[in-house]
Design a protein around this ligand. Structure first.
Ligand code: GLC
Length: 420
């Protein structure tokens, strides 16, 4: 089977009827940003199914506007922590936190691809996207930057970015638990127990206050301003604004958000390392980390070329960019999840930004490296930057999706790169 057919088969196999799981076993539910990437992949061959993916995701939207990071449509014991541990308070059993808000950007991409029915779908999603973005602005803004109350919210679970805030947490009162992730993937490629204890402690804090954001803001020890959230939301607001104009909707509220987040992005600039960085608002400290999220500034349309030198330096250190943590850092672990490996979908977001900023050579290089990793090693969850070898889960939805829409030689490949 050729690679495109394999990728389509992965989406089909991970389809649970209206939504896809990231991969069977390891992640048996609907994840927020995974689903948006899935929709992008489906859009190449089945645009109605692409819209359906997003519509199912928004069925889980909470009354306060938040769109959860996991929707537990059907309980599956192969994953922990499940719906009972989270105690989500939305219309579908769910987690209590969100994930990077990339949906508006991809709704716009789908809208442009679907001349026939795109308008109707995008118009129906538009007020829901507004409600979600408003939730971030109201509850998760510190000096304009977007803060998270759990590392899982950023989608970069065990990044060294959280080591500082985690060292200040003593997890208390968590029950014994049985991790299921390490039944599917070797320990060396997953977070450590130290991290899991803290993940579960933060879930407990949220559950105990019924995910009341006002309360949580008072009590949580973990409130970190993050480039993933800030940059993806800023970009999403720019795309939402384009749609608002096309639909004859007012743009003033969105303009307020954009101005706040542009200022917020600036607060994430750490002059000591010359990079965008995470900022721990509780301790008043930067993480001191250069991650792949640091390079999403072009995607957000900010920062000019101030990240270019780091991008080029890192390209000299590893054959496959963009590692999730700087290979020059002592905390770099090239196989351990978000502490080093390359993630294909992050590469696509980085390259969209690079291309739009006119860095076509860089965007094309990273796309070609991503395509090579996938072609040689399959549709893995993530890859080792030293040799492109596969790691984590296999038959992964988002890797298949970004192959179909961006990395494959047969497809929209040249949308954000030079033709080759
Ligand atoms: C992990 C990843 C996160 C992703 C989820 C499902 O938690 O860190 O980004 O959404 O798995 O694939």
């Amino acid at each position: 089977m050729d690679l495109d057919a394999q990728a389509r088969a992965i989406l089909a196999n991970n389809d649970r009827g209206g939504y896809t799981v990231p991969t069977g076993g390891l992640y048996p539910y609907q994840w927020n940003w995974d689903s948006v990437f899935a929709a992008f992949g489906f859009a190449e061959h089945d645009i109605p199914r692409a819209w359906q993916e997003l519509e199912t995701l928004f069925k889980g939207q909470w009354p306060n506007g938040m769109v959860p990071h996991i929707l537990f449509h059907k309980v599956d014991p192969s994953y922990f922590p499940g719906p009972d541990v989270w105690g989500g308070v939305g219309p579908v059993p769910s987690s209590g936190i969100s994930q990077p808000p990339i949906a508006a950007t991809f709704v716009r991409i789908l809208l442009e691809a679907d001349q026939k029915n795109g308008q109707a779908h995008a118009r129906a999603l538009f007020p829901k996207l507004m409600d979600w973005h408003r939730w971030f602005y109201n509850w998760r803004t510190e000096n304009g930057a977007i803060v998270v109350t759990h590392p899982w919210e950023t989608g970069r679970d065990n990044s060294p970015d959280w080591d500082g805030p985690f060292a200040a947490i003593t997890p208390q009162g968590i029950d014994e638990y049985d991790r299921r992730d390490t039944h599917h993937v070797v320990d060396e490629e997953r977070p450590r127990k130290y991290d899991y204890d803290r993940y579960l402690y933060l879930v407990k804090l949220g559950r105990e206050c019924h995910w009341d954001e006002a309360k949580l803001r008072e009590i949580t020890p973990f409130r970190v301003a993050d480039p993933t959230m800030t940059f993806t939301l800023l970009r999403a607001n720019r795309d939402l604004r384009v749609m608002a104009q096309a639909f004859g909707e007012p743009t003033d509220e969105i303009d307020t958000w954009i101005a706040a987040q542009e200022a917020g992005a600036e607060t994430l600039w750490n002059p000591e390392i010359g990079s965008y960085d995470c900022y721990d608002t509780r301790a008043g400290k930067f993480a001191g980390c250069i991650s792949n999220a640091s390079f999403l500034n072009w995607y957000a349309g900010v920062g000019g070329d101030r990240m270019l030198a780091h991008l080029q330096r890192i390209a000299q250190l590893v054959p496959y960019s963009v590692p999730s943590h700087d290979p020059a850092s002592p905390n770099y672990e090239p196989k351990r999840y978000w502490r080093g490996p390359v993630w294909a979908m992050m590469n696509m977001l980085i390259c969209i930004g690079l291309y739009e900023a006119g860095h076509v050579t860089e965007a094309t290089r990273i796309r070609d490296e991503t395509a090579q990793m996938i072609a040689e090693n399959g549709f893995a969850e993530y890859f080792d930057p030293r040799d492109g070898s596969p790691a984590g889960g296999r038959s992964f939805t988002w890797t298949a999706a970004v192959w179909l829409g961006w990395a494959s030689p047969n497809t929209g490949r040249n949308r954000w790169a030079a033709s080759s």
